[in-house]
Design a protein around this ligand. Structure first.
Ligand code: NAG
Ligand code: NAG
Length: 326
């Protein structure tokens, strides 16, 4: 009897280990938390999708993201981001604005971003603007069909995102970030962006860590509506390098679902998706997704929306920024 009770108890609390399950060639069933369940509705087949929450001490803070990251990310849509900071985050000071032609084949379209420093919050910031205009969108979409760029020895990145970041990095951002790091030692680096800017923020954060300029634990990446940026190996490396990395997704925003996962390129999101299955007004719930890029959270949506892509935390972020973030 005691043996039976003990066995029942062990069965009740024991959850199969997902990584072990996958490495034995089986699939893991998240809903049942068990290995190899027949007809599992959301079977996990990739190790990056094994359910896991962010490390303690690196949690997601809704208040911070809706009050601070919303402003820094939106501000990249104003040619003078300081106007937004004066209204919303007075201690944040723009250090440098970077605007470079980032169209490989022309006609010219510009990638835009800025660096800033906040001596109250003790942070250095680099932020990237999203796609502006159909020409730029065309360049981006074209690049989905071209060869990817290797990210050191850790996977591959979509060409437009990689090149766009490198044009900006070499077009003034690198010199400024190095100087800010020298002037403000010990500051945390925030890396922010929306849409295309979210992809370039992912590349930028990864680049400064991979190249040894910053330690991964001192860099905090936040993106809104980030498209898939690289392949599985890139996502895998990113995950080991960054304890704090959040991809915020508004409801049915279409952009995080492109380019699609299918095909030889294996485009794959890195952790951690934060999904708002609502209109993101204060107090509304959100899900910290335990899987990197599986059939969960925003990927459960069948219909996708273009208008959800520019509406975050109750703001049409482009219009709001262009009006100076009133
Ligand atoms: C979340 O962020 C807000 C605003 O930035 C801050 O006041 C609060 O202390 C943070 N909460 C936690 C748990 O860190
Ligand atoms: C930017 O602009 C011209 C068009 O005026 C393009 O043909 C170029 O290739 C260009 N790109 C870069 C990276 O310089």
């Amino acid at each position: 009897m005691r043996g039976f009770l003990l066995a029942a108890f062990v069965l009740a609390v024991y959850a199969d280990d997902c990584t072990d399950c996958l490495s034995s060639g089986k699939h893991f069933c998240a809903t049942a938390s068990k290995c190899n369940v027949p007809a599992c509705p959301q079977a996990i087949t990739r190790a990056l999708n094994c359910p896991r929450l962010p490390k303690e001490g690196y949690g997601y803070n809704d208040t911070f993201v809706r009050n601070t990251a919303l402003v820094t990310i939106s501000a990249a849509y104003n040619d003078n981001p300081q106007l937004c900071f004066n209204k919303q985050l007075p201690s944040m000071k723009v250090s440098k604005i970077i605007s470079v032609n980032c169209s490989a084949f022309g006609p010219q379209t510009d990638c835009f971003g800025y660096t800033a420093v906040d001596t109250v919050q003790r942070v250095i910031l680099m932020t990237f603007r999203g796609t502006l205009g159909d020409l730029q969108l065309g360049d981006e979409l074209d690049s989905f069909f071209r060869k990817k760029k290797p990210f050191f020895d850790s996977g591959n990145i979509l060409e437009y995102f990689y090149d766009g970041f490198m044009f900006m990095w070499n077009g003034g951002m690198q010199a400024d970030i190095r100087q800010l790091k020298f002037l403000y030692p010990g500051y945390t680096l925030w890396v922010h962006g929306h849409s295309l800017g979210g992809a370039m923020a992912s590349v930028g954060a990864s680049y400064v860590v991979k190249s040894g300029l910053f330690d991964g634990k001192d860099v905090k990446l936040i993106t809104f509506g980030q498209p898939r940026t690289g392949d599985y190996a890139y996502a895998d490396w990113h995950e080991t390098a960054f304890p704090y990395s959040y991809r915020v997704i508004h409801h049915k925003d279409i952009t995080p679902h492109i380019p699609p996962q299918e095909g030889a390129d294996e485009y794959f999101h890195h952790r951690t998706e934060v999904w708002y299955n609502n209109d993101m007004l204060p107090g509304q719930p959100f899900t910290i997704c335990k899987e990197a890029d599986g059939l969960f959270c925003s990927a459960t949506q069948v219909e996708l929306s273009v208008s959800d892509h520019t509406y975050y935390f109750g703001k049409q972020i482009i219009d709001w920024a262009m009006a100076g973030c009133p």
